[in-house]
Every structure is written in structure tokens, then in C-alpha cells.
Design a protein around this ligand. Structure first.
Ligand SMILES: C[S@@+](CC[C@H](N)C(=O)[O-])C[C@H]1O[C@@H](n2cnc3c(N)ncnc32)[C@H](O)[C@@H]1O
Length: 119
């Protein structure tokens, strides 16, 4: 899907890289991929890139927050595979996820090159 929108050679940051599943079918070297995740020490709300320096940001955030995993009895694989509780957040409910989405979106806007839209 990325080939529909992003030219080869573009600088792309996947800021929630996780296990890199999104990249399994993308030829290595086609993009200048910067792969980070909170599990490797980079918070998507505070990216180590200069303003306007990236062509594309890939953001595949956690979908739910359930401290301790107790809300998902029977869905432990979801917890394990998506590590939904790794977002370091200071709120305890759905608002926490929204907060993450808004802050990460602002940060993506900061690091992305500005684009001219064609109408
Ligand atoms: C839905 S999974 C992403 C799966 C990923 N696309 C893959 O292919 O494996 C959500 C990811 O967000 C990461 N994450 C959670 N909070 C984060 C944060 N504040 N900054 C960066 N990554 C975060 C988790 O560690 C997890 O890898």
C-alpha cells in the first residue's frame, strides 16, 4: 500500500515499529526507513527528528489501554502481540489513548515536510 502514496527513496519513520510486520513485504532499501518504538526507547510524542525533515510517518498506535491486562481475560495474545499497555501515559482510560493519538499526531506534523495539496 505504501507504494501508492510514497515514492521510492523517501525518508519514512515508522514510529510504532513494533515487530515490523508492516515491512515484511517491502523490499529492503526501497525507503530510508527509520524504525522506532517505545520498546526501543523512542516515544512517538517526542521524535528525534528535525522539523520538516521526513516524507512520511507511519503510526500504528495501541488500540486499547488495560493496565495489568485484567480487562482482557481471554485476549492475552492481543496484549502480548500489540503491547497495548506500553504507552507511558498519565491517564487511566480511553482518554489516555486519545491523548497519545493527539500528541503523536502533532509530533508527526512537526517532523513532516509540508505538502502542497492539489485540488
Ligand atoms: C499496534 S502495535 C504496532 C504493531 C506494529 N505495526 C508491528 O508491525 O508490529 C503498537 C505499538 O506501539 C508501541 N507504543 C506504545 N506507546 C508508544 C509510544 N508512546 N511511543 C512509541 N511507540 C509506542 C508499542 O510498543 C507497540 O509496538
Amino acid at each position: 500500500m505504501i507504494s501508492l502514496y510514497v515514492d521510492p527513496g523517501s525518508v519514512v519513520a515508522d514510529v510504532t515499529y513494533g515487530k515490523g510486520v508492516f515491512w515484511k513485504l517491502v523490499p529492503l532499501g526501497l525507503y530510508d526507513l527509520k524504525a522506532t518504538d517505545i520498546s526501543t526507547g523512542v516515544d512517538c510524542r517526542e521524535l528525534p527528528y528535525a522539523d520538516g525533515s521526513l516524507d512520511c510517518v507511519v503510526f500504528d498506535p495501541p488500540f486499547m489501554h488495560s493496565p495489568g491486562g485484567s480487562a482482557h481475560a481471554g485476549h492475552q495474545l492481543f496484549e502480548t502481540n500489540y503491547r497495548n499497555n506500553e504507552a507511558s501515559i498519565d491517564k487511566s482510560d480511553h482518554g489516555a489513548l486519545l491523548d497519545l493519538y493527539f500528541k503523536a499526531s502533532d509530533e508527526a506534523f512537526r517532523v513532516l515536510k509540508s505538502t502542497e495539496f492539489i485540488s
